[in-house]
Design a protein around this ligand. Sequence first.
Ligand code: UD1
Ligand code: UDP
Length: 366
Amino acid sequence: MKKIMLVFGTRPEAIKMCPLVKVLKTLSWCDVKVCVTGQHRQMLDQVLQAFSVVADYDLSIMKNAQTLFDITAAVLHAFPPVLLREKPDMVLVHGDTTTSFAAALACYYLQIPVGHVEAGLRTGDIYAPFPEEFNRQAVSLTAALHFAPTSVAKENLLREGKKAEHIFVTGNTIVDALNTTLLPNYSHPLLTWAQGSRLILLTAHRRENWGKKMTHIFRAVRQIADEFENVKVLYPVHPNPQVTALAQQYLTGQERICLTAPLGVVDFHNIMSRSEFILTDSGGIQEEACALAKPVLVLRDTTERPEGVNSGILRLAGTSQEKIYLACKELLSEPSLLRRMSTSVNPYGDGHACEKIAQLLKQYLS
Ligand code: UD1
Ligand code: UDP
């Protein structure tokens, strides 16, 4: 029996790895262990609960307002003893968080093969997004297997000299997750609040947007809510103190803007699918929006998801107040643009990425 360990620590990793945990656990050829770093606490626990996944190890590393040094050092301190005890044949990490980078580094030091889920996304600028572009490039250096969500991601890896026989295009496991979270008959008090209005869903949390850029984002959102009386903006605020302080400063006191705590993933996906469009600097939400055919104005200057931009669903709105305001205004005023952006081309797969990854792992490990 082969032992596979999945390690993750933040909300988006959990949403994309839990479906894989569930699939691997149905297979008799592998013993599955889950180690969560707890880089996120409440937001991670919300996801584990939603998918009924119970971790075998919880490193509980989160500190309030943690630095990149805190996260990296804590994972490198707490994860190796788990690896030494369990001696997995393969460790799976996801994407581009500091949990993934530090866990992959620990595996490399112990010469344990790493499988990288959601491999090959690139902007080419290690400061955008920061520190995610560095993290994913560093994980790629350690990986024995690269599970690329799209052929664009595969091409990125080939350009960096990774061997074609180690790269597999699987689709993104987020589409698998959506298959289980979307509900046909769904209601929520926040949807009742938004009834009769045009609902814009907002999220913003990226490190490189903290401070000035986030202020621009929030001012633009405020301008839109003040000007368009038929618009309501829902913003589940990321609990990072850097974000909550600015959100409180710029977005409170307007009845058409609702700030809430982070929503559970089932609520978030269902509310997202019922919104008119989305403003976000999130990575995962760009992919989900493509799967749901929901227009997105990306609150960033660059994106590692060009597939979504090419399909017409994502538009880079940048991080200046003026540009974001104008992009929103255009979407609100031109129904034909909104329709064009609500295209049903989904570049992120058919919702069977987890089965494909499981099959590839079986081949590799046997
Ligand atoms: C992390 C990832 C980022 C990912 C994001 C998803 C890194 C460096 N960053 O960024 O790639 O896009 O998660 O959301 O890996 N906090 C809580 N409760 C929680 C989670 C966070 O209170 O459940 C607060 C804490 O004060 C914590 C802070 O948010 O210190 C920042 O968390 P951190 O994981 O460092 O950064 P994120 O911005 O969440
Ligand atoms: N999400 C959620 N509740 C929220 C906001 C987001 O469950 O209130 C989910 C969302 O559906 C997506 C993921 O969190 O799957 C994205 O996480 P985030 O934006 O924090 O990180 P990123 O994808 O940018 O790394």
